[in-house]
Design a protein around this ligand. Structure first.
Ligand code: FAD
Ligand code: PYC
Length: 417
């Protein structure tokens, strides 16, 4: 059976998903939890896992409206890197990178983390200046990063057209050798299995429809399936639906929800053993272990919740990829899909307390949160366990939009906004 419903790179059937549902306990919700996590994507599941594993907080429920990993976690193109410009972001993403490096062992589950390196191409003099600046900043933070010229890029990617004759000639790139890819759904399953084994309740097919708030303090969530579920603390980790949850709690977030699209080709023999990204021409490509070319776009310009994308954006991306790799022009597309990403004005996340006491949000990862999954879960778990924001999370407070202390990472965002 091959019914495809957005699970990205690797072809899955629902029977595989049903198999996992049988393996997990099928808990009935308790009346009261220490912590409720809303959203069973990678970040929510990682948060639950580290709450139980690191902080001994096991009276935890993850409440997911669909199935685990069925949101952006299962729709993303799996690029992992930590080459961000500003200290605040670089420290957070590098924290995640270090956790990635031991994640399969930690979860006893192969997340297929492959450090095959990531290239961010430069096509103009200004691109190259920005790349040089970011590489220097990375190195000052102890993050592996190099600026390459076109000749060095060509040596790494022999099939890419690095000649001077193209519309947007490749002038060089930033190169992070420790960056790479991982298997997205394995990350969700690995965290879910490990959290479940530690006693976390995973409540699927359970949509949060409202917040229970008394005198400015959250008391739990209202669900369509199990009614009211009480908790001391609630953490919302719902990506593109974050504004909807915030509205339930009575405040606004500085987020826009946009479609972000990707596609995979038919599987072909190994041809590309690294990741190539270009913000300038709006496209990026890698090759999965199964052989598919994994190609992604910039965000669609309009807002929406449709989990699908528009034709012009994806056509534009395919044109860009074919211009970079004329050799791919005859490869056929296998599947295309979209997710809904939640973008902040400074292209950085929100990991934050909120105007409601004991209610926390972790969102705004936009086009780039997969790579952060372990680090985000780790720092959010510490914040929820202690009721005090983790030092790495503090710069990402939602209140930075009041103070003006933004962390502008547009230059390091992997795809065009
Ligand atoms: P999600 O995985 O979306 O999980 C949120 C969950 O909340 C969902 O399962 C949803 O069903 C649930 N939910 C929502 N509302 C409710 C409710 N009311 N009640 C209960 N549950 C609810 N990032 C990278 O770092 N590298 C990449 O290469 C990359 N490529 C991408 C490509 C595409 C096409 C897309 C769409 C995104 C990409 N991203 C990438 C971004 C990345 O996927 C996300 O930032 C990340 O997966 C977010 O994880 P999450 O757990 O926060 O959200
Ligand atoms: O942030 O590296 C990234 C990314 C790649 C594709 C989408 N986002």
């Amino acid at each position: 059976m091959q019914r495809y419903s957005g699970f990205g790179l690797l072809t899955h059937s629902f029977s595989h998903h049903e198999h996992w549902q049988k393996i997990w306990r099928n808990p009935s919700p308790k009346k009261h939890y220490d912590v409720i996590i809303v959203g069973g994507g990678g970040h929510g599941l990682a948060t639950a896992y580290y709450l139980a594993k690191v902080h001994g907080v096991t009276n935890v429920a993850v409440v997911e409206k669909g199935y685990l990993g069925g949101g952006n976690t299962g729709r993303n193109t799996t690029i992992v890197r930590s080459n961000y410009l500003w200290d605040e972001a670089a420290h957070l993403y590098e924290h995640a990178m270090k956790l990635w490096e031991g994640l399969s062992q930690d979860l006893n589950y192969n997340v297929m983390f492959s450090q095959r390196g990531v290239l961010n191409l430069g096509h103009t003099l200004q691109d190259m200046r920005d790349i040089q600046r970011r590489v220097n900043a990375n190195r000052l933070n102890g993050i592996d990063s190099e600026a390459l010229d076109a000749r060095q890029v060509q040596a790494l990617v022999p099939h890419m057209d690095c000649s001077a004759n193209t519309r947007y000639p490749v002038l060089g790139a930033s190169w992070q050798p420790r960056a790479g890819v991982a298997r997205h759904d394995a990350v969700a399953w690995g965290y879910a299995r490990a959290a479940d084994a530690l006693g976390v309740d995973l409540l699927q097919q359970t949509e949060v429809m409202g917040m229970m708030i008394e005198q400015g303090v959250v008391k739990g969530v209202k669900t369509h399936r199990y009614g009211d579920i009480h908790a001391d603390r609630v953490g919302c980790v719902v990506a593109g639906n974050s504004s909807v949850l915030a509205q339930m709690a009575g405040f606004d977030l500085p987020l826009e929800s946009h479609p972000l699209q990707a596609l995979v080709s038919e599987p072909i023999k190994p041809i590309l053993d690294t990741v190539v990204m270009s913000n300038h021409v709006h496209g990026y490509v890698s090759q999965s272990d199964k052989g598919d070319l994994v190609i992604g776009a910039g965000i669609d310009g309009y807002t929406g919740y449709g989990q699908r994308g528009s034709y012009p954006t994806i056509e534009h991306t395919v044109q860009a990829i074919i211009e970079l790799f004329p050799i791919f022009s005859r490869v056929r597309m296998n599947r295309q899909w979209g997710g809904i990403v939640d973008t902040c004005p400074d292209a950085c996340p929100v990991i934050s307390e909120t105007p409601v006491e004991n209610l926390y949000f972790n969102c705004g990862w936009g086009t780039g949160g997969f790579k952060a999954t372990p680090g985000s879960g780790h720092v959010f778990a510490a914040s929820l366990a202690k009721g005090v924001m983790h030092p790495l999370a503090k710069p990402f407070s939602m209140f930075r939009f009041h103070s003006g202390a933004l962390v502008d990472e547009h230059g390091a965002a992997g795809v065009a906004h």
